[in-house]
Design a binder for this molecule. Structure first.
Ligand SMILES: Cc1cc2nc3c(=O)[nH]c(=O)nc-3n(C[C@H](O)[C@H](O)[C@H](O)COP(=O)(O)OP(=O)(O)OC[C@H]3O[C@@H](n4cnc5c(N)ncnc54)[C@H](O)[C@@H]3O)c2cc1C
Length: 382
């Protein structure tokens, strides 16, 4: 057989094969639809019930510095329902305050022959840990420069109770928040989003996940996602109740889901590796704080700041979670009247927000209500 005949046969074969592939991929794309494994919602699958108090201020979180006597106090508290989400952002903004002119006067700038600056961080939830790590990274001065003082350590902080879906939501009341706060909020969202992206993986327990916002009201589709649409890749709108939980309007986007127990342990480990020190201590008064040896104190005490720094604008927003047996096959989150986050340590069902309610006891009627809401949503999957 001549070279020319071989070439023609080869080309005919290649054309036929690529036509077949094209036809197959057309069939595949026509048949593609997102499949949702159902969440098995039932009382006998509940492995734990937890209640936490979100540290909420209608005016928004406080990231600010004040001089009290010879000390510089830098506040970083009041993150409401998004303390995990915003943590790296507000930590960065809080540490930035050290470069303001007044801060330099406290002797923060290292000069030859002087000891390294040293800092106290009050609180060992996500905001204390992120602030402490940010200080270590910005002032690479070796061991002993950052000490965390806290009453509770992970796993006993509010941060451990967080649903830990990356979404800067329920942080402030937009009717009340100032322009200065809005600017800080926008910056914090973006800094934090970038920081969490770099931690994705099993070591920190951070992963990307598709999330579906379920609406009955079409007008809600036009509302931006929390913090701004630019924070979320792959936004899509669906008007197909047969495939999307029985809801006529659904907004899909991707964001990150954090496993608090893995994540907070990893931060604490990183803090120790970098030479950090932890002192378990409860502060009962402002004066006790003033007696600390460190000239600069970061206040990351969450709801504790209400009593310690007399901030009456800070209050609890109570949230109850029902946690079901883990289901590794669930690869999506949804948000509607309640929310569902499929974590490794359990399927988190939540969505209660009780303002000014300090009770940490789970309520049977709320448990029943949460399970009902999610059973209904699952019925929509047909
Ligand atoms: C049910 C629920 C669901 C949530 N879901 C999400 C979510 O999906 N995404 C998200 O981003 N956020 C979520 N949050 C919000 C998030 O959990 C909080 O915003 C965050 O945990 C606040 O962190 P923090 O470090 O400021 O406070 P905390 O975690 O409360 O830490 C405060 C620290 O300060 C210490 N402290 C306080 N007072 C004193 C004192 N007097 N003396 C010594 N130490 C003191 C404490 O012991 C602790 O170490 C949720 C919260 C709840 C309750």
């Amino acid at each position: 057989m001549s070279f020319e005949t071989n070439r023609r046969q080869f080309l005919r074969g290649a054309i036929a094969a690529s036509a077949l592939l094209a036809a197959q991929s057309r069939v595949l794309s026509l048949n593609y639809e997102r499949r949702f494994a159902p969440v098995k919602v039932s009382r006998d699958r509940v492995i734990r019930e937890v209640v936490g108090l979100r540290p909420y201020r209608a005016e928004g979180f406080v990231v600010d510095a004040e001089r009290v006597g010879s000390k510089l106090i830098v506040h970083n508290y009041g993150h409401g329902g998004a303390g995990m989400t915003l943590s790296w952002g507000t930590a960065s903004l809080a540490v930035d305050l050290l470069s303001e002119p007044g801060a330099i006067a406290t002797g923060l700038k290292r000069r030859p022959g002087r000891t390294a600056p040293h800092f106290a961080v009050l609180g060992c939830g996500v905001n204390g840990l992120s602030t402490a790590r940010t200080l270590q990274r910005r002032f690479q001065n070796g061991p002993g420069t950052v000490t965390i003082y806290a009453r509770e350590l992970p796993p006993d902080t509010t941060s451990n109770i967080s649903g830990a879906h990356w979404s800067p939501t329920t942080v402030f009341d937009p009717e009340i928040a100032s322009a200065k706060f809005n600017e800080q909020f926008q910056k914090a969202c973006r800094i934090s989003n970038r920081a969490f992206q770099l931690l994705a993986g099993t070591e920190y327990g951070v992963r990307w996940i598709e999330t579906f916002e379920l609406y009955r009201n079409e007008a809600l589709l036009a509302v931006d996602l929390p913090g701004g649409n630019d924070l979320y890749p792959a936004i899509e709108v669906h008007r197909d109740p047969d495939h999307y939980f029985g809801f006529p309007f659904v907004k899909q986007f991707s964001t990150m889901l954090i496993e608090p127990s893995i994540y907070l342990s990893a931060l604490l480990r990183d803090f120790y590796i970098a030479g950090g020190r932890v002192v378990v201590k409860e502060f009962r008064s402002h004066e006790e704080i003033m007696r600390l040896p460190e000239p600069v104190v970061f206040n990351c005490t969450g709801l504790g700041a209400r009593a310690l720094f007399n901030d009456q604008k800070l209050g609890p927003v109570r949230g109850q979670l029902e946690v079901l047996m883990p289901q590794p096959e669930i690869d999506y989150c949804y948000l509607g009247r309640g929310y569902m986050f499929p974590r490794r340590d359990g399927i988190i069902l939540g969505g209660t927000f009780d303002h000014d309610d300090w009770s940490l006891a789970p309520r049977a009627e709320q448990a029943a209500g949460i399970l009902d809401v999610h059973s209904e949503i699952m019925k929509g999957l047909k």
